[in-house]
Design a protein around this ligand. Structure first.
Ligand SMILES: [Zn+2]
Length: 104
């Protein structure tokens, strides 16, 4: 159960259901980033089936998120990508209890 509605949370009210960030070295003027609020989420579980993914939780309202982050090295530069997805409590609890399995 969420402690308070997402829209009233000082952290989550700045985060939508899906947030993306993408940075390319040498093309910084087009870079996008996750909102600052995303940095306030706490990692509660690292998923074993995919090292790029962690479950995060908002300390203020208890809402769960899945953060996917990938660093890709390419010739002449690199790509960084982050995807933050809001989870339901059921989805988050399942992933926390089954860190070795991809969600169905
Ligand atoms: Zn929140």
């Amino acid at each position: 159960m969420a402690l308070k509605p997402v829209c009233e949370c000082s952290i989550c009210s700045h985060l939508s259901e899906l947030q993306c960030g993408f940075q390319v070295r040498g093309r910084e003027e087009q870079d996008t980033f996750l909102p600052e609020s995303a940095k306030q989420l706490k990692t509660v579980k690292e998923l074993k089936y995919d090292h790029r993914q962690v479950i995060q939780q908002c300390a203020e309202c208890g809402t769960y998120y899945r953060l996917f982050s990938e660093y890709e090295f390419i010739i002449g530069g690199s790509n960084d990508e982050q995807i933050l997805t809001r989870l339901t409590d059921d989805e988050a609890h399942w992933s926390i209890e089954n860190p070795n399995q991809a969600p169905k």
